[in-house]
Design a binder for this molecule. Structure first.
Ligand code: G6P
Length: 615
């Protein structure tokens, strides 16, 4: 949520900043801005409502020189999206300029105190309050320099922040700090790059330092000092090698990142299980869990926590682990779990699932679970993310950078990894017969090829999408493993096409959603040949009897359903354990094509952000 990029060095900052903003735009895109500072001159600030291209257009023909600068792309929290509320923000005497990601929870009180001291405010943002608090500390004279003013101000702040500060009077310096909102620093030769995540850095350097909570970094073009907010003592930065390729950040000929990411799934699923399945001795290898495995096996239950699409993967994880390994599992929205005082103890294992590893609610739930002495594990896509560093152990999904705001390949990677985990636990607990294990593994290994087959039918899916593009509501139904897939299909459609869509357990349809059915509503039913097939066929008949339009995801060659429903999306047959990976693909494409046909901004749907780092 909100993207920050900053630069200090000997090159012109503007191209680096605007380029960085484009990479970070998926984090928020309602307004953006840039501040540039040259020694001995005043700070120049350029801000514009709308996407980064609006800002770029606005900057054309203006003097954008400066080797020190910061930029921001916003997802509004305090104050509507407009030029005034856009970042960077400046303090009243224009001494400090700041970009900020997160929420200052006590900003109301701070604003009141500052107002009483004569401060006035031009925006509705919490960030402007923080800029003025820093300035107030600075002009009071109790501190030596800008760094101390920042540290003292932040010690009074309640809330989350990833921020960068420039001080007009100390114009060769950038000060950055984080608490619960990520910041990465790229290290160049006499130059430093700062960003909310590593994507804008990869073009310039492979060496990166991820700030920890309460870290403060002070950067000049040739020095990097790391301290904490509370302790005025230098820390040694831990430099890591960036595991990202520039190619992953390009569309590679696809119209949208989402389409590219849908089509990448055969490879990303393969990457998720590569090196983790030993077919010779029927073993699953999850190296990072080796040390904690005894505790997982002894756990009285596993609690899966996540948000959004990751929560849908968690629901599938529940079914998988309970069916295969016979360990009780609960699934919780991280945002509920963290506030509802759950019963947790050292006998519980909490497994957090997050693509980004930065979702604020998931991270808070992780911290809360740790306070209760539960062992906390993670399934995460972004290497080096906060979640990967704060959990006791975990599994990376290795899906590569996901840029489209609507998650696709990260979901199938999470489901793949959860399948591996369930199989590993089942082997260790001896709850799975050898042949069954072998059958599932064989089908899992075959999933990428089957997905390639499904992707080949994209023209047909596009044709069906065209028939339903004007729908106002849509219903998605599935049972068993395919109930979460129905939820995910509905979420995809809702997120990117703005058609109201609900996912439901097919068996529950008669308890409410059946009232919605008429000849206008498309009902997408996930109905491959599995043990629920006959039940789902009955559900389809109930819909048809009420003149609903049924689009069914069916096993290839299912002529019975073909004759019964309006449209079919076919998938190759597979073990039911693996069908979520296959059935979700046509639903992703269906949502994608409908959104494109409706003229929606698929990669950056309105009001959403990829990484929700605020509560
Ligand atoms: C946002 C994104 C979703 C994502 C969810 C959880 O809402 O738009 O695509 O599923 O956050 O994100 P995480 O990174 O924790 O998986």
């Amino acid at each position: 949520m909100c993207g920050i990029v900053a630069y200090i060095g000997y090159s012109e900052a503007f191209p680096i900043l605007i380029n960085g903003l484009k990479h970070l735009e998926y984090r928020g895109y309602d307004s953006s801005g840039i501040a540039l500072l040259q020694k001995g001159q005043t700070t120049n600030i350029f801000k514009k409502k709308g996407k980064v291209k609006e800002l770029e257009r606005y900057c054309e023909g203006k003097d954008m020189t400066g080797c020190l600068g910061m930029a921001h792309t916003r997802w509004a929290t305090h104050g509507e999206p407009n030029d005034t509320n856009a970042h960077p923000h400046v303090s009243m005497r224009r001494l400090f300029t700041i970009v900020h990601n997160g929420i200052i929870e006590n900003y109301g009180k701070l604003k009141k105190d500052l107002s009483e001291k004569g401060y006035t405010f031009y925006s509705e943002t919490d960030t402007e309050v923080l800029a003025n608090l820093i300035e107030y500390m600075y002009v009071q004279g109790e501190v030596l320099d800008a760094e101390q003013a920042v540290r003292m101000a932040l010690s009074r702040v309640v809330g989350a922040f990833g921020l960068v500060v420039m001080c007009q009077a100390e114009a060769l310096k950038l000060i950055a700090a984080r608490r619960s909102s990520p910041l990465a620093i790229g290290i160049g030769q006499n130059e430093y790059y700062l960003a909310s995540d590593a994507t804008p850095l990869v073009e310039y350097t492979q060496r990166v330092v991820y700030l920890d909570d309460n870290d403060v970094a002070i950067l000049t073009s040739n020095s990097f000092t790391l301290k904490t907010i509370d302790v005025d003592k230098e820390k040694i930065p831990e430099i890591q090698k960036l595991e990202l390729s520039i190619g992953a950040l390009e569309k590679n000929g696809y119209d949208h990142f989402m389409l590219k990411e849908i089509f990448e799934q055969p490879e990303t699923i393969e990457a998720s299980f590569r090196g983790r399945i030993n077919t010779k001795n029927n073993e699953i290898i999850l190296g990072r869990l080796t040390d904690v495995m005894p505790r997982i096996l002894e756990a009285q239950r596993i609690v899966l926590i996540a948000c959004g699409t990751s929560w849908h993967a968690a629901l599938i994880g529940e079914y998988l682990i309970e069916e295969l390994a016979r360990i009780p599992v609960e699934v919780e929205y991280a945002s509920e779990f963290r506030y509802r005082n759950p019963v947790l103890s050292s006998n519980d294992v909490v497994l957090a699932i997050s693509q980004s590893g930065e979702t604020a609610d998931t991270l808070s739930a992780v911290r809360m679970a740790k306070e209760h002495q539960a062992m906390v594990l993670g399934i995460c896509n972004v290497v080096g993310s906060s979640m990967s560093r704060e959990t006791d152990a975990g599994i990376y999904t290795h899906a590569g950078s996901e840029i489209g705001v609507a998650s696709t390949k990260a979901f199938t990677a999470q489901v793949t990894v959860l399948t591996l985990l369930a199989l590993r636990l089942a082997r260790l607990k001896q709850t799975i017969p050898e042949e069954r294990f072998h059958a599932i593994v064989t089908d899992l290994l075959a999933a990428p090829e089957k997905i390639r087959t499904i992707l080949q039918s994209s023209n047909h899916i596009q044709y069906i999408a065209n028939k339903y593009r004007d729908a106002v509501n849509a219903l998605y139904l599935g049972r068993g493993y395919l109930f979460p897939v129905a939820l995910e299909g509905a979420l995809k459609l809702k997120e990117i096409s703005y058609i109201h869509a609900e996912g439901y357990a097919a068996g529950e349809m008669k308890h409410g959603p059946i009232a919605l059915i008429d000849n206008n509503i498309p009902v997408v039913v996930v109905a491959p040949k599995d043990r629920y097939y006959e039940k789902v066929v009955s559900n389809i008949q109930e819909v048809k009897a009420r003149k609903g339009n049924v689009i069914a995801v069916v096993s290839m060659g299912d002529n019975r359903l073909k004759g019964m429903v309006n449209d079919v999306l076919e998938i190759p047959e597979s073990d039911p354990i693996v069908t979520p990976l296959l059935t979700v693909i046509p639903l992703q494409l269906f949502a994608y094509y409908i959104a494109v046909l409706r003229g929606c901004d698929v990669d950056q749907p309105r009001n959403l952000a990829k990484s929700v780092t605020v509560e």
